[in-house]
Design a protein around this ligand. Structure first.
Ligand code: TRP
Length: 344
């Protein structure tokens, strides 16, 4: 019996911060480890998706390598055959199937995508490329080529998931055969993966918004690649309040609450325990110092884990998995090519 398939896409991004680490990397790695027994877990580095908005192309290769190494340093297993890792562009079927499905997709369907509307609203018309527009078709192919039923989707991606289901169903009906497995509906995805997002690390300078790369000064963000001493200073300079007592209160004391959350995540202790331990303390400096020390230790440790990533093992894993993925993807592509008349 073949196992049901999970697929998700990772963005090439070497500017990861601790918010990404605890909010995205670790949950994804946990998911992969926990599900691998009963499911085939396919993790795809979405390199073709990288230039839907302009990037520095000279940096893409190092960025892809850095992203993969970050995942491995964060615990992604390289020795589990049920967890496959591959680079999208190393499986050319993604591009081929995208062209075919483009021709079965309505302009209106793509125009209605709110992510496209949001992203394109900020750009001058000549800077909006066609790839940004039909990106959901490529994303659909990422999933449909492997018959994946389960796709962890954030709220910003649920419309794209609905589109995958539509186009899969449309092709199956039009050609009167099961060309594609239809991915599960959004609600079932949430039931399967659990919608609980866990703790969300906030910006150190403005603790009312989440830690995000778009913060301009970078002072409120702890990047995984930060110099540990500099990062500790960022924590010491975190915005707090004038209440004068450590309490977990997201409304009235967002800065202190954020430090408590970071504390809990870094020490891998339950938040209530950390809160109890610090409740009522009056000197914010003590809490800051403790978190700053933890951040320093965490970054030093992460550097060491990065230095220990076995690049040869990583490359060997990628190449072996890409070979497998090509086999699966090409079989699906051939079925489609036959159905549409490109192959006898
Ligand atoms: N669009 C996803 C994101 O922005 C990344 C992605 C690309 C993806 N292809 C995918 C996610 C296929 C799930 C399935 O994060």
């Amino acid at each position: 019996m073949t196992k049901p398939v999970i697929l998700t896409g990772l963005r090439a991004n070497n500017d990861l911060h601790i918010g990404n680490y605890f909010g995205a990397l670790l949950p994804l790695i946990d998911m992969a480890k926990n599900k691998a027994e009963d499911y085939q877990v396919n993790l795809m580095l979405a390199d073709l998706h990288s230039f839907t908005t302009p990037i520095n192309h000279a940096e893409l290769q190092p960025q892809i390598q850095a992203t993969l190494r970050n995942y491995v340093a964060a615990g992604l297993p390289l020795d589990n055959p049920s967890v496959r890792i591959f680079r999208q562009s190393y499986v050319p079927a993604h591009s081929e199937l995208t062209w075919i499905l483009d021709c079965f997709t309505g302009m209106g369907e793509m125009n209605r995508m709110t992510q496209f509307k949001d992203k394109s609203a900020k750009l001058h018309e000549d800077r909006i490329n066609v790839g940004l527009f039909n990106y959901p078709v490529l994303m659909a192919c990422d999933v449909l080529l492997y018959g994946a039923e389960y796709v962890p989707v954030g709220d910003d991606q649920s419309q794209h998931l609905e589109f995958m289901r539509d186009i899969a169903d449309r092709m199956n009906s039009q050609f009167n055969q099961e060309l594609f497995v239809i991915p599960r509906a959004v609600k079932e995805q949430h039931e399967f993966f659990g919608k609980d997002q866990g703790l969300r690390i906030k910006d150190l300078q403005d603790p009312t918004k989440k830690m995000s790369k778009s913060d301009e000064s970078g002072k409120g963000i702890v990047f995984l690649g930060d110099n540990p001493d500099e990062a500790a200073k960022k924590v010491m300079g975190a915005t707090t309040d004038s209440v004068g007592a450590v309490r977990y209160d997201l409304e009235k004391q967002p800065g202190i609450s954020n430090l408590l959350q970071i504390h809990a995540l870094l020490s891998n202790e339950p938040l209530p325990k950390v809160i109890e331990h610090h409740e009522g303390q009056e000197r914010y400096g003590d809490l800051k110092q403790e978190v700053a020390d933890q951040v320093k230790e965490f970054l030093n440790d992460f550097k060491e884990r990065l230095a220990n990533v076995d690049d040869a093992q990583l490359m060997a894993k990628l190449e072996a998995d890409e070979k497998q993925m090509n086999g699966v993807a090409n079989a699906t592509l051939l079925k489609v090519q036959k159905a549409v008349g490109l192959r006898a």
